[in-house]
Design a protein around this ligand. Structure first.
Ligand SMILES: [Fe+2]
Length: 208
């Protein structure tokens, strides 16, 4: 599993602390420029540069599959009466290729239940939401079950206002079937939190 907090993020958080300390102490130490991760530790000025995940590459698309239902309800939590399984929180951002957050982006999720079945007559485990002013979304759901022919995944479509729809799928790390799943792409792996809360994962979408 890949930790939720990446090495780069850790270094940046660390250097932010250094920067704050330097300001508090009125330090006038000279700062050297650098571009590698190690320079982030010694150069607090670089710490204000926001991280941009996978760089400027758009999130790859994947097929919607046969189980998409339009007009899902607007809700951040897909957990309701009758939904059982392992709770999962997915958080993240929607940005453009230059790392700018996209507010009011439509993020529409749909997935199988813990037994691997889709609700094709209603809207269980289906829902859409809009990103906030900082491009953030937060999904509360369950870990989807497996169904024949596919590895574990969550379907999602993401759309900025008046822009093309990105339809894709999110995958889970450490799944035995990932390598043999025809739609799997490691770029689409959820980043699972390795510390508490263990049921939290992250994924940032980059729109073209
Ligand atoms: Fe599916």
């Amino acid at each position: 599993m890949q930790p939720l907090q990446t090495r780069r993020q850790f270094l940046q958080i660390g250097s932010l602390t250094i920067a704050s300390g330097a300001i508090a102490m009125g330090s006038h130490q000279s700062l050297t420029q650098g571009t590698d991760e190690s320079s982030l530790v010694t150069n607090p000025l670089l710490a204000i540069t926001p991280a941009c995940g996978k760089g400027d590459r758009p999130t790859p698309s994947r097929t919607a599959g046969p189980f998409y239902t339009p007009n899902s309800p607007k809700r951040n939590s897909l957990i309701e009466s009758g939904i059982n399984g392992t709770k999962l929180i997915v958080i993240g951002k929607v940005t453009n290729r230059t790392c700018q957050p996209i507010s009011r982006a439509l993020v529409d999720f749909w997935q199988a239940d813990q037994a691997g079945n889709y609700d094709n007559s209603g809207y269980k485990l289906r829902g859409h939401q809009f990103t906030d002013s900082q491009g953030r979304y937060r999904l509360e759901t369950i870990v989807p079950g497996l169904y024949p022919g596919r590895v574990r995944h969550i379907h999602v479509s993401v759309q900025a206002a008046n822009q093309p729809i990105l339809t894709t799928q999110l995958f889970f790390p450490s799944e035995a079937g990932n390598a043999s799943d025809g739609l799997f792409n490691p770029v689409l792996l959820l980043r699972m939190n390795s510390t508490q809360p263990k049921n939290q994962a992250a994924f940032n979408f980059v729109l073209a």
